[in-house]
Design a protein around this ligand. Structure first.
Ligand SMILES: [Cu+2]
Length: 317
């Protein structure tokens, strides 16, 4: 892989072929028109060159069919590019398969912290099984980073203050480059690593091999109790705040009359800026104080994993 400069990065995800097809189409259109223009330029220059000092060409006053042709054909072509590109974008970033395995990623100057649901952590390394959809839930601890795996044709900015989610399905075991694709300070060029795609059995062994700490869920539960969230948010609903059992993924009625889905971003905002959205039936301003500065992005992701598990338990009952 390190020999020479390959013309094309390896293709190792279900998206790669689709992105390349669009890319080849764009290149083909560009090459076709570039050739058409250069050839006509040369032919016309030769064919219609001035042959004598007195030669005066006939004057031409426009042509409606020509005008229509050179407006409609390019319009058709760019609409194809637009629709094709938009479809790929939605496939890549929005249509996350519901059975995707979740992996949590935190970017910080200048490394990628990765944590798997069972608690296994890695830095600048991401291990995934082949042939299974993986969803990455990504946050930044400081500035904008961009998570980039060329072999998967996958790139997503990770902006502080919000979650970025992407998914992929690797198709080929191997080791692939991982980069930060957004200039993020002096150490930016060192913010890179490897994605290792493994056979499922090998991956399972790897996953359970190096767990030193607790699962995301368990860490979240511990934090939840440590920070005193459990004193107000009691499972039986008798606390000063609402019970958070079964809240994740469901619609929440707000004091403002709006209804929002309790997704990752909503939970994060509830912890860092509790007044932004107050649950219907509770006083404004809220009695919940902000946890800004008391909890890291990773801690918030752990609490989210814990709240998700509370929703799953409820569903399976
Ligand atoms: Cu970066």
């Amino acid at each position: 892989m390190d020999q020479g400069i390959p013309l094309f990065p390896e293709a190792a995800s279900t998206m790669a072929g689709k992105v390349d097809a669009l890319y080849f189409f764009l290149v083909a259109v560009a090459v076709f028109f570039a050739a058409l223009i250069f050839i006509s330029l040369t032919v016309f220059a030769l064919k219609y060159r001035r042959r004598s000092e007195t030669e005066v060409p006939p004057s031409i006053h426009g042509s409606t069919p020509l005008e229509i042709a050179w407006s409609v054909i390019p319009l058709g072509l760019v609409m194809i590019m637009f629709a094709w590109g938009a479809k790929l974008y939605f496939d890549a970033y929005n249509e996350v398969p519901p059975d995707a395995e979740e992996v949590y990623v935190v970017g910080k100057q200048w490394m990628w912290h990765i944590q798997h649901a069972n608690g296994r952590r890695e830095i600048n390394e991401l291990h995934v099984p082949v042939g299974r959809p993986i969803k990455l839930i990504m946050a930044s601890e400081d500035v904008i980073h961009s998570f980039y795996i060329p072999a998967f044709r996958l790139k997503k900015d990770v902006v502080p203050g919000r979650y970025a989610t992407i998914w992929f399905q690797a198709t080929k075991p191997g080791r692939y480059h991982l980069f930060c694709a957004e200039y993020c300070g002096t150490g930016h060029s060192k913010m890179k690593g490897w994605v290792t795609v493994m056979e499922p059995a090998e991956y399972q062994a790897w996953l359970s091999g190096g767990v030193v700490g607790e699962s995301m869920e368990a860490a979240g539960e511990r934090l939840f109790n440590q920070l005193g969230c459990n004193t107000c948010h009691r499972a039986d609903g008798t606390g000063r705040g609402p019970s958070l059992v079964g809240v994740f993924g469901k619609p929440v009625r707000l004091l403002s009359g709006e209804t929002v889905i309790a997704d990752e971003a909503y939970i994060r905002e509830s912890i860092l800026n509790p007044n932004a959205k107050i649950v219907a039936g509770y006083p404004s301003p809220t009695i919940m104080s902000t946890y800004q500065g008391q909890i890291s992005e990773r801690g918030i992701l752990q609490i989210i994993a814990y709240l998700k598990s509370l929703s799953k338990e409820e569903r399976s009952q």
